[in-house]
Design a protein around this ligand. Structure first.
Ligand SMILES: [Zn+2]
Ligand SMILES: [Zn+2]
Length: 344
């Protein structure tokens, strides 16, 4: 979301829309003028309000989830509220080199943490796939396995995991699939009050395997579920993005009754949402391992307070900014010479 907003910001600049008071700040964000940055952001919002609804979506969504969570669990609500509410920024006063939140809740349903996780896992996975594809022949395919709706998320996940464990042991699976990695995704149906849980996989297919045969094999292990989909991936980057996206749409959280909502909230932190095997075994999906946050500009990961800024040689220092100021900084980071590594 931040990326698309950045693009919009650039577009609005190139069209030379008059953004009052922005001027050069856009390309030389200065932190002693955090107030200016804030103003610039507000101006940008105003200027782009009509075309960029996405821009405003993210914060209210999190705010909504916090409000809902506070009603059912004060403690979890507070954690979610504190997550990404403040950021530490490494800067020379002119250039912003790195930023990270002072606290992350790392909950699957947190829009901030889910976005960070999706980006991090996507980068790791894509690198690994490209490496494997150099030496292993086959077609990269996108395989989706679905289950009949489940009353509880935990129960549904256990059943899907068990089914897949049996599925991958089947001869037909081994005959066609050289490697796989994937992630679980779940949606909630408020009409039937149950979860739809499915598994998105990227597989390296050797021999052609048609959909109806896969469907038969999947019904074999699940007993009652047979809806599957397989298609070739033309663009590995897009495919990886599809698998590593959020496990759950934040909007779904708002339609759940309290008991289901609490189940999602209380789901164990270490619940493994990623699996891998075959030639993709150990695709590095450290779902929960990260103690250090991925930096926005990871090429500057080694820099610390007191070092010289690679752009202007001024001494770098840490500064604390709040959420609104940080959003402004992200946008203003679209400066020449700085390449965002986690985008594209
Ligand atoms: Zn969070
Ligand atoms: Zn500098």
């Amino acid at each position: 979301m931040i990326e698309s907003a950045t693009r919009d910001f650039n577009t609005s600049l190139s069209k030379e829309k008059p953004l009052n008071n922005v001027g050069n700040i856009a390309f030389t964000p200065s932190l002693d003028t955090v107030q200016q940055v804030d103003n610039a952001e507000r101006e940008f919002r105003r200027a782009s309000q009509s075309k960029s609804e996405r821009w405003t979506l993210r914060t209210p969504t999190k705010r909504d989830i916090v409000a809902r969570l506070e009603r059912v669990s004060a403690e979890d609500g507070l954690r979610l509220k504190q997550c990404c509410s403040a950021f530490r920024v490494l800067t020379c006063g002119t250039h912003t080199l790195r930023s990270y939140p002072t606290f992350r809740c790392k909950k699957l349903f947190c829009p901030d943490c889910a976005a960070e996780r999706a980006t991090r896992l996507g980068n790791q996975t894509e690198a690994k796939i490209r490496e494997v594809m150099k030496t292993t022949k086959g077609r990269l395919c996108f395989l989706t396995l679905t289950m009949k709706n489940a009353a509880t998320l935990g129960g549904g996940l256990v059943k899907l995991k068990k089914s897949f464990a049996n599925f991958k042991r089947k001869k037909v699976f081994k005959k066609h699939i050289k490697g796989y990695f994937g992630a679980f995704e779940y949606t909630f149906n408020p009409k039937t009050n149950d979860f739809h849980i499915h598994l998105h996989l990227i597989v390296l297919r050797g021999k052609f395997w048609n959909q109806s045969d896969i469907s038969d094999a999947w019904r074999d292990v699940t007993g009652d579920s047979f809806i599957v989909d397989i298609r070739e991936i033309k663009d590995a980057h897009k495919g990886v993005k599809e698998v590593c996206k959020y496990p759950m749409k934040p909007a779904d959280l708002m339609t759940m009754p309290d008991d289901k909502f609490l189940e999602v909230v209380k789901m164990k932190k270490g619940t493994r949402m990623f699996i891998s095997g075959g030639c993709f075994y150990n695709v590095k999906l450290d779902d929960d391992a990260d103690e250090t946050d991925e930096n926005v500009f990871s090429q500057f990961a080694d820099l610390a307070e007191g070092d010289a800024c690679p752009f202007c040689s001024q001494e770098l220092f840490d500064v604390l900014v709040d959420r609104a100021q940080h959003i402004g900084l992200h946008e203003l980071n679209a400066m020449p010479g700085v390449v965002k590594t986690n985008s594209s």
